[in-house]
Design a protein around this ligand. Structure first.
Ligand code: MOS
Length: 739
């Protein structure tokens, strides 16, 4: 495949719209006569609503309605109707369905008024009396109730091979450690919001903050019993998701409910406090036990996880399965259990499962490196595997070895002295740590549609999403390259449920999934053009098949002799076509199933620790990523940079703090919930390791949305140990733990 644009650092096609503010986000679609909904959140974690008195709120001029379980119209009654495309097993939460309280901050009422301020004020006047019941929100106190979760799609069940416990007991070197991580909320820049525009016809256009316009559309149609003609979900821009928007959230339900009942256009936007009941990375406990020979070869690997879920859904994520993919070991025992708590369901958050799992595994490997006196990279190389022994398949490609090596060179790892506290700079202790990472390289099914007009303009459409990652830009590059058009002549349209089918943007699968569909549909347009070009009398392309031509600079050229060419415009004219329109779909091929497909990374971190204050600065990070072919080095680098910053937050700052007396998260805004700010971020370098992969998908691209965070927290925690000699096994590593 030729590459006029793929592989080039093209600017974001929507960059100008974003920086000039013309890009509209879910709460920014302003139309006349809009009314505003404001959510009343539950103040208890478990129990029932005894009474709900909205009379004072309703008495205010301008308040239209207060919806609650008492007057909410009946939506669908079966669980199935509420199960969105990626719901975990269980009974999804139904907003305003009953008096039962399942979690603190659960929406108990929606006040609708003709201004946002009035709705907010009126919400404060809604009197709710509860019958409290005893709640349980502590993972550790609830571990006696742990069970194995029901299986979830795309997530392998943790397995057992050999006899890890016996091999561990007899191993020459043993590491057995517990690691803890708190709940984390995604905290995207754009809060959750929905603007429902109700048209004269009664049809609804739903501008929703979501990672899946079609997932939301399907959910709303099922729940409210309406047709796809009646309701369209539109999300051309999204201000960050990180997984929080994979499932439809309650604000979209409430906004659509109000719009249907009041026959008005309605906006519901949530505060950060009201978003505490949205998904979060679940608090997770892990045990990693490594048995090894004195030369560092793994003889036993035990990885157990315990995580929180809600009472109504069995959310689980792949925490432990990576351990048996990253290293070679014959005796492995993996286990994952969940504890149902009186909290909302957790959900996927950037590299769900792997972010926790690789934190624990790669810290344990560091502990083993110290125990055996082997350099951490050398230890990993001694346990390297070039085959997936779980599925007994080769990898489609795996350049992790190159990640270790190129990352180490760039970082200067060879200058590290291994002993803890051995590197200092003035008053500061300096620490260097590293970790490896792994994540899936998925491809699923998607469709795209393309229209090429006589003026040489190409429009490609798919209901894919751009959650800020650069999807729109790379799809434009793929389309332009496939048909040899200038990039300015190509428009990619996404984020609209009425476009050809595409899955939620998640799992790092969008580049491969939607990219393959875009390529397929453009090739189909190319075939139509070639058929026409061949028919021109005396055509220089007579007898050429699709394999014999390339598309470049607006021409169809013979591969053998590029001077034999027909312009796309000529081919269009000859066919007498005003436009060529094609639709195509693409999905994983059976051939791919013979291989295991993953991205890999190696992360190196430098910290400087002020022991008197317990403060940690991450002064350098080098991340070397093997993600197949890099479609756009600029947006790809941004993906990894953002992931690393998020990994720094995970290591040092992020924690959704629960007050178990109230069963409520206390970190209700960005003053309480700490994320890295600009001043926390110093030198970060991203290296893309060359990785050629013709199996993973026709583009050879693996997807980069999640691999960047995997391993970052471990690299930083290991660097802190190297600096201080203190092994902190609980995230975030705040100064109180270091003092
Ligand atoms: Mo990602 S957690 O699948 O948005």
């Amino acid at each position: 495949m030729k590459t006029a644009f793929i592989g080039k650092p093209a600017n974001r096609v929507d960059g100008l719209a974003k920086v000039t503010g013309s890009a509209r986000y879910a709460a920014e679609h302003n139309i006349p006569n809009l009314v505003y909904g404001y959510v009343v959140p539950s103040t208890i974690a478990k129990g029932r609503i005894n009474s709900l008195d909205a009379s004072e709120a309703l008495g205010l001029p301008g308040v239209l309605q207060v919806f609650s379980h008492e007057n909410s119209p009946r939506s669908a009654q079966s669980d199935d109707a509420y199960r969105d495309d990626i719901a975990p097993p269980g009974s999804p939460f139904r907003p305003l369905a009953s008096a039962e309280i399942l979690f603190s901050t659960q929406p108990v009422a929606l006040v609708v008024a003709d201004s946002f301020e009035l709705a907010r004020h009126a919400a404060s006047l809604v009197r709710v009396e509860y019958a409290r019941e005893v709640h349980a929100t502590d993972l550790y106190a609830g571990r006696g109730r742990a069970h194995e979760p029901k299986p979830r799609e795309f997530i392998p069940t943790p397995h057992v091979r050999g006899d890890a416990d016996s091999r561990f007991a007899e191993a020459a070197v043993r590491i057995d450690a517990e690691y803890r991580g708190p709940a984390e909320h995604h905290q995207p820049m754009e809060p959750f919001a929905t603007t429902v525009v109700r048209h004269e016809s009664g049809r609804l256009t739903v501008y929703d903050k979501t990672q899946g316009a079609q997932n939301v559309r399907n959910y709303l149609c099922n729940v409210f019993g309406c047709s796809r003609q009646e309701l369209r979900v539109v999300t051309p821009y999204m201000g960050g998701g990180f997984g929080s928007g994979l499932r439809p959230q309650f604000q979209v339900f409430l906004a659509v409910l109000a719009a249907r009942e009041l026959k008005r256009s309605v906006r519901v936007s949530l505060t950060r406090l009201q978003m505490l009941g949205l998904p979060r990375r679940p608090a997770t406990w892990q045990r990693v036990a490594l048995g090894a020979s004195t030369d560092g070869k793994l003889k036993a690997l035990i990885h157990e996880a315990l995580a929180e879920t809600s009472r109504f859904e069995d959310y689980s994520e792949p925490v432990t399965i990576w351990s048996d993919l990253l290293y070679r070991c014959d005796d492995v025992r993996l286990a994952h259990r969940v504890v149902p708590l009186d909290l909302s369901s957790p959900g996927d958050m950037r590299a769900p499962g792997a972010a926790w799992g690789l934190y624990a595994l790669e810290c344990a490997m560091d502990e083993l490196a110290y125990e055996t006196g082997i350099d951490p990279i050398e230890l990993r190389l001694r346990n390297y595997t070039q085959r997936d022994h779980v599925e007994d398949k080769p990898f489609s490609s795996k350049e992790l070895r190159a990640c270790y090596q190129l990352g180490a060179e760039r970082f200067g790892w060879a200058r590290r002295t291994a002993r803890p506290r051995s590197m200092q700079e003035g008053e500061k202790l300096v620490g260097w740590g590293m970790a490896g990472g792994i994540w899936d390289a998925f491809q699923v099914g998607a469709q795209a549609n393309a229209v090429l007009t006589a003026d040489g303009r190409l429009t490609v459409n798919s209901a894919a999403m751009d959650i800020g990652t650069g999807t729109c830009t790379i799809m434009t590059q793929i389309a332009a390259d496939t048909l040899g058009l200038p990039i300015e002549k190509v428009t990619f349209t996404l984020g609209d449920s009425s476009l050809p089918d595409a899955p939620v943007e998640g799992g790092s699968w969008t580049a491969s999934t939607v990219g393959s569909a875009v390529r397929a549909v453009c090739m189909k347009v190319g075939d139509t053009l070639l058929r026409s070009a061949r028919e021109i009398a005396g055509s220089p392309l007579a007898g050429c098949g699709p394999q014999d031509v390339v598309f470049a600079e607006g021409n169809i050229c013979s591969r053998q002799d590029p001077s034999r060419a027909v312009s796309i415009a000529q081919a269009m004219r000859h066919a007498g076509l005003g436009a060529i329109e094609e639709t195509a779909s693409a999905g994983p091929l059976p051939e791919q199933e013979k291989y295991s497909r993953f991205t890999h990374s190696a992360v190196y971190a430098e910290v400087k620790v002020d022991e008197a204050l317990g403060s940690v600065r991450v002064t350098r990070v080098v991340s070397a990523v093997a993600g197949g072919r890099i479609l756009n080095p600029k947006t790809a680098r941004s993906q990894i940079l953002g992931s690393i910053v998020m990994g720094m937050g995970m290591a040092l700052e992020e924690e959704s703090v629960l007050d178990h007396r109230l069963g409520r998260f206390m970190t209700r805004n960005l003053a309480d919930y700490h994320v890295p700010v600009h001043a926390d971020v110093q030198g970060i370098e991203v290296i893309f390791v060359p990785e050629h992969d013709e199996i993973v998908n026709p583009l050879g691209a693996k997807g980069l949305g999640e691999i960047g965070i995997v391993g970052v927290a471990a690299a930083i925690a290991n660097a802190i140990f190297h600096a201080t000699g203190k092994r902190i096994r609980e995230l975030p590593i705040t100064l109180d733990k270091l003092l």
